[in-house]
Each structure stands twice: as C-alpha cells, then as structure tokens.
Design a protein around this ligand. Sequence first.
Ligand code: GDP
Ligand code: MG
Length: 393
Amino acid sequence: MDIHEYQSKDLFAKYGIPCQFGRSAATSEEIISATEDFPQGEVVVKAQIHAGGRGKGTFIDGYKGGVKVTSSKAEARTIAQKMLGNTLVTNQTGPAGRKVQTIYFAQATNIQKEYYLAILLDRATSMPVIIASTEGGMDIEKVAEESPEKIIRLYIDPLLGLQAYQARLIAYSLGFEGEQVKQMIKLLMNVYRLYDEKDCSQVEINPLITTPEGNIMALDAKINFDDNALFRQPDIRALRDLNEEDPKEIEASRHGLNYIALDGNIACLVNGAGLAMATMDIIKYFGGSPANFLDVGGSANEEQVTNAFKIILSDPNVEGILVNIFGGIMKCDIIANGIIAAAKNVALRVPLVVRLEGTNVALGKKLLQESGLPLVAADSLTEAAQKIVELAA
Ligand code: GDP
Ligand code: MG
C-alpha cells in the first residue's frame, strides 16, 4: 500500500525525522484555511498523488510542474487552485495521469545540497538495505546507470537492526562532518525504526537536504507498506486512499480475488499466482498482451468466478478472455459451472477460450460443451494461448 507525501511526513514527525512545517488541503476552503497557518515567506505547493516525478510533471491542461515554490501565501493559493482537481502526468503515472485531490503546502526552505536516502527490502538477501547517494533530487535509477560508484548500499541484519557504526559509516560516506554526522546518525536510526515498526517495504527520501544553516531535513517522503502486514497496522490501514487505486482492483479485493490491471487486451482468469504468471508469459510469447493478472485462488466459488468475469469485462480494453484452470482442490466442474453462470449473468462481448485440466476435467468439459456457450475449448496451454491471441486480434 502507498500513502501520500503529507501522510508520510506526519509519520516522519512522529518518528523525529526532521521535515518542513506543512499543511494539507482537499477543498478550496481548506486551501484558504491551510495557508492561513503559515508564517510569511515562501510556500511550496505540492500536488499529492501516489507517484513521483511531480516536480517535472505536466498537468493535462498544459500547466507545468506539480511542485512549485511560491513567494507568498496569495500566490500559493492561486497555484493550489490550479492544481486541485487537475490531472498530473509524470514519468511514473503513465499517460493518463492522476487526478490531484489533495494539495500539500510546505514552508519553503533554502537548499544547500540534495542527497538520496532510502531503506527498502532486498529480496535477494532477505535483508533491509539502505541506499544512499550524494546525487539527490534526481532519478536514482539514472544515477545507478550512469554513475553506480555514487551509490552506497548497506545491508541490515533484520534481527540486529541498524547498528550505530553502520549509520556512522553512511554519514561519513556521504561526506558529512562534525555536527552533521550526529544529525545524520539520529535521522538514519529514526528512519530505520519507522521502516521496521510500521512494516514498510520502502521509505524513500529524495531529496534529503542540507540547509545553509547546516540542518539535515527530508524535503520529500515516499513510503510503501507490506500489504501482508496491514492486518496489524490499523493506523496505517486508515491512511489508504481509494481515490488512488484502480476501481477494478478495489472491487476485486472485495471479492477475495487477486487482480492487477495491465494495459493489454487479453484478459486472463487463472487459479494460482504461478499459473497466472505462466499464462501471461505464454500470451506474450504468442504475440498477445495481457489485460490483467487475475488469480481466483485455489477455492473460488461460482459467485467469485462471476464477479471475476464482471470485473474483466468492465475493462474497455479487453478483446478476448482466456480461462486457464488447473483443477486440484478446485474441481473443473465447479469452474465450468461458474463460467456458465457468469456468461448468463454478464453479456459476453468478446471471444472466450477455456482450457481446463486436472480433477473432474471430463465432467467440466462436458458441462461447457452442453451449455451451448460460444466458447472455444483448448486442451493445452499452448493451444489456448494461440487461439485467444488469434481471436482477439
Ligand atoms: P517530486 O518531483 O515528486 O520528487 O517532488 P519533490 O518533493 O522531491 O520536489 C521536487 C523538487 O522541488 C525538489 O527536488 C527540489 O529541488 C524542489 N523543492 C521542493 N521543495 C522545495 C523547497 O522548499 N525549497 C526549494 N528551494 N526547492 C524545493
Ligand atoms: Mg522527490
């Protein structure tokens, strides 16, 4: 789960990670009241969407920049009104962009130098890793590509946690001296404590800055959480913003379906995540492009299959459906009945290829055949993928 910058900064404040004074606003009235709290001086106006690259983004009406440093409250209000309700396109949003429904105002600060800092889970070593660089404020992927020697990586033993000597090592590697080393160690320890206690999968600060007065502070904040741990993080769960999520994905999660929307045209309905991945791969192999990842799980019932079809068909990009089920605990006849019920319930406007294998496969196939549904049966995964790619084209 992702949260907004302003929510991340609330968490930073709770964990003693220094950041600017700030206020959020979701309506025109709140834009006025939020800015009233600011002392005189420069205010940064920041569009809140679950995507980075806002500063270099462009709104669909041509207005440039989702992060603006303004010289007065009045100017900040005018710019905030332009951003609110507008759609921001950044290199992370895709061409459709994201509608801005919240604005964050931050007390502007002068920047001496920008750094990069993140803690995330490294799956290869099963350890949290700190990534730090003196090249902050820009795309870290680009830094990694062009000057990999400027990226510091430090692995943390999850049982021991971040050790003071490790934090010191990072502070020195980034070139900090004297008082700033102490500030940096404290900040690193606090970021790690937040990462650990709140079950984060990533805490990213880009840029982390030094001010001309010599203070270190987080100018931006991006936190992602491990969905599997949300059950024990009620305060984090409360930060979920459904506006930022695909309505089809929200609907799927209500029915216990694992669904992820993709931008192709062939929908897949599969049981088991591994089989879903293999199905998407083979669709690609035969020149098609998957419209989604959909795993109905090992024990889906007729109602879930119906809902899965409804969600798939609500995507206007879908031009074909491939059902690929391996009957194990889940029997093929149950799935066949689910497909038949679903097809009666929802208008099947695109070709459907079904491949069943496993427990009760003969009965499942018979049911489908006798149903009179306009579907194409396939015996192997290869045949199924070839047929659906052909029919959807
Ligand atoms: P992002 O573009 O989505 O990563 O948003 P950021 O919060 O990182 O802001 C983008 C850029 O705006 C930063 O890298 C800074 O260069 C600039 N910026 C943001 N806040 C301030 C500020 O308070 N003062 C100044 N001078 N620049 C700022
Ligand atoms: Mg940033």
